[in-house]
Write a protein that binds this ligand. Structure first.
Ligand code: NAD
Length: 144
């Protein structure tokens, strides 16, 4: 069964982030430029939160949002869940679906080593299932 380390091997460990003082306007621009749905919010050595498309959508719905006048710190999600590289893709999918989150930072030995999305997890689970099907077909047809 594959794990978070396997996902990071494919997608790499680059992390796109902003700071607490970044404006929502700049954060949205960065997400569009990188074609991603979330940004980690980092202050010094600390992960302060995560700013996602959903945070933006919720905030926009609540009030008349001024993109250039609002800071990420005012709209981000501060309570973040993490995973470790050894956690399985199934564990991640379970966490993401039960907690209704789409991005998980990856922490190893107190260090941030990556970030995975629900799309990454779905792709890996489908890959694993395809591999299992091929193995089973070979077993059934005696090709193994
Ligand atoms: N069809 C499906 O089964 C399915 C499942 C999940 C998501 N989706 C859709 O696919 C699209 C992409 O979703 P997604 O879950 O991949 O999210 P995403 O668009 O945020 O992520 C795209 C890629 O960028 C990476 N990424 C995102 N934010 C990052 C950051 N801050 N730093 C470094 N890397 C970062 C992710 O790990 C992923 O590899 C969405 O529109 C979503 O609704 C479809």
């Amino acid at each position: 069964m594959s794990n978070v380390r396997d996902i990071l091997k494919t997608k790499g460990s680059a992390i796109f982030s902003v700071t607490l003082q970044t404006t929502v306007n700049d954060a949205i621009k960065l997400m569009a430029e990188k074609n991603i749905g979330a940004l980690l919010v980092i202050e010094g050595d600390t992960i302060a939160g995560i700013f996602s498309e959903r945070d933006f959508a919720r905030h926009s719905a609540r009030r008349d949002l001024r993109l250039d006048g609002t800071l990420v710190k005012d709209v981000m999600t501060s309570r973040i869940l993490f995973v470790s590289p050894s956690q399985t893709t199934e564990e991640c999918m379970s966490l993401m679906t039960t907690k209704r989150i789409r991005h998980l930072p990856v922490i190893e030995n107190d260090q941030l080593v990556g970030l995975i999305s629900i799309g990454d997890v779905v792709i890996k689970i489908i890959e694993d299932q395809k591999f299992s099907i091929i193995q089973l077909e070979r077993y059934v047809t005696g090709e193994a």
